[in-house]
Write a protein that binds this ligand. Structure first.
Ligand SMILES: *[C@@H]1O[C@H](CO)[C@@H](O)[C@H](O)[C@H]1NC(C)=O
Ligand SMILES: *[C@@H]1O[C@H](CO)[C@@H](O)[C@H](O)[C@H]1NC(C)=O
Ligand SMILES: *[C@@H]1O[C@H](CO)[C@@H](O)[C@H](O)[C@H]1NC(C)=O
Ligand SMILES: *[C@@H]1O[C@H](CO)[C@@H](O)[C@H](O)[C@H]1NC(C)=O
Length: 471
């Protein structure tokens, strides 16, 4: 500062004193990020537009379509979600919200020549995938809720039933496992022809549930019976697509299937589970990355607030859910159910009502993680959070460090953040972003001095503090 400036702006010293007093009034916490204490790799955060929710986005005006897609996938104007979970269709038609199959009619039998049909749309999911990729998404997870009905014991893609040919699932029409593997390969190829690389493929969704929409039951043993065919089939097709299993309804039921998957461990890329019947609480005993692939407040009335009373649809609740999965249950990814759709429940992050598009604070809670803990980041150790504040820390591939604070208390807390270890890292600056009832991942004041970032965490908020790497 020049003497000239100090002389003219007489009020400045007073402001500095006032700031100092403010900092002294707030409890100040010293947060240390240990870059050498490494936990899981982060693959990302995401959502789905399955069951024709992508079609709902496509019915908006062009400007509102782009706004919605930015809210979901832009790292500057939205949540920066980095994983899109698509539904591989199994239905014979597109009535209601059915996801149509690429082989709507049986070709005759499991060894008949396949009769695939590609409509270039895939219930508008191809378009959403292309738009997501334009905004930087690189992880496209294609997941089938069921095989087509003619491949199953009950002859229907809905109402449970099992894939013909696995243990305890024999059918007079024969063993359809190879035909189903070929079918999934063909789906991946249709996307490749449209320049969309599917990186992960799943063949089950909630295999312990029989329901009126696309559903297929499977034990861990039956899943293994199929994976031992799908793995080599993908390899023969030269596709390096990771096989996921099994998108169980709850974390604990997925844990229960792990033992039966041991014989096909070499073919598995990622273990996947939902949060409905039990949510992620502790790590699964597996060497694979583990993704929480579906969670939502399915029934609560639309809740846009970050904090109101601690209800199931609030942004703070979802910030905490993500924190628990990542910090306590070793999750490498966390996906909400739907990104954007119509209707009055919280089953989506963004509400579409006519041509009006309204993001919830759930979306901005995702943004606080997804925009700054990018794919490939490693979760690292962090100490010193004061009581009532939950903290996770990540080091990105570009070296930058993101520290996410959830302040559950009503008072503001000031934090000073620095790193230790990580010999190649020298902090050179900071930025911080806030979501609360009045902010949507907005940049807030943060100072940087002596390799330490300082910021204030308002009561009932989530704040992400970034430490930039020096060049
Ligand atoms: C895919 O990419 C290639 C090469 O950039 C391009 O020529 C082709 O038109 C693209 N196809 C589609 C369906 O976008
Ligand atoms: C897979 O790659 C190998 C080696 O490059 C090649 O010989 C083979 O024809 C490829 N197979 C397919 C199905 O593309
Ligand atoms: C966390 O997951 C990784 C795989 O991503 C695994 O190697 C590691 O052992 C897991 N940690 C714990 C504590 O289970
Ligand atoms: C800068 O930080 C180092 C390490 O934490 C500390 O030892 C030193 O006293 C600090 N210097 C100043 C001027 O605050």
């Amino acid at each position: 500062m020049t003497p000239w400036f100090g002389l003219v702006v007489g009020a400045l010293p007073l402001m500095v004193v006032a700031d100092h007093n403010l900092a002294a009034r707030q409890s100040s916490a010293f947060i240390t990020v240990n870059l050498d204490q490494k936990y899981q790799i982060i693959d990302g955060f995401g959502c789905s537009e399955a069951f024709q929710r992508a079609v709902q986005i496509s019915k908006l005006t062009e400007a509102q379509q782009q706004y919605t897609l930015d809210l979901l996938f832009s790292t500057t104007n939205g949540a920066g979600l980095s994983i899109l979970r698509n539904g591989i269709g199994s239905s014979p038609d597109m009535s209601s919200d059915h996801m149509v199959s690429i082989q709507p009619k049986s070709p005759g039998g499991p060894s008949s020549t396949p009769q695939y049909v590609w409509d270039g749309s895939d219930n508008k999911q191809l378009w959403v995938s292309q738009e997501a990729i334009k905004r930087g998404v690189q992880t496209i997870y294609a997941d089938a809720w069921s095989a087509p009905g003619y491949m199953k014991t009950n002859g229907n893609d809905a109402n449970g039933g099992s894939l013909c040919g696995g243990s305890g699932a024999s059918c007079s029409s024969g063993d359809w496992r190879q035909a189903y593997a070929n079918y999934l390969v063909q789906y991946i190829k249709f996307y490749l022809e449209a320049n969309v690389t599917i990186t992960h493929v799943g063949f089950l969704n909630e295999p312990e549930l029989t329901t009126s929409y696309a559903s297929m039951r499977s034990s861990g043993m039956q899943a293994a019976d199929f994976i031992k065919i799908l793995g080599p089939t993908l390899q023969k097709a030269n596709l390096t697509v990771g096989i996921t299993c099994c998108d169980a309804e709850g974390w604990n039921s997925q844990v229960g299937m792990l033992g039966q998957l041991a014989s096909v461990d070499q073919y598995i890329s990622t273990i996947t589970a939902h949060s409905y019947t039990s949510s992620p609480g502790s790590p699964m005993n597996t060497r694979h990355r583990v993704w929480q692939t579906e969670a939502a407040d399915l029934n609560g009335n639309w809740q846009g607030a970050f904090y109101s009373s601690g209800g199931a649809g609030e942004g703070m609740t979802w910030a905490n859910n993500i924190h628990t999965a990542v910090a306590n249950a070793n999750a490498s990814a966390y996906l909400y159910w739907i990104g954007a759709q119509t209707g009055t429940t919280n089953s989506k992050l963004i509400r579409i009502d006519g041509n009006t598009v309204t993001p919830s604070k759930r979306l901005w809670a995702f943004a606080q993680f997804s925009r700054y803990a990018r794919p490939g980041a490693v979760r690292v150790g962090v100490r010193g959070a004061p009581s009532g504040v939950r903290t996770t820390a990540f080091q990105n591939v570009d070296g930058s460090v993101a520290v996410v604070f959830i302040n559950g208390g009503t008072s503001a807390v000031s934090v000073q953040v620095k790193t230790t270890a990580g010999s190649s890292f020298t902090a050179a600056g900071t930025t911080a972003f806030l979501t609360d009832n009045n902010h949507d991942c907005d940049e807030i004041a943060a100072s940087f001095n002596n390799a330490t970032a300082s910021a204030s965490l308002p009561g009932r908020s989530i704040v992400t503090v970034i430490l930039r790497q020096s060049n």
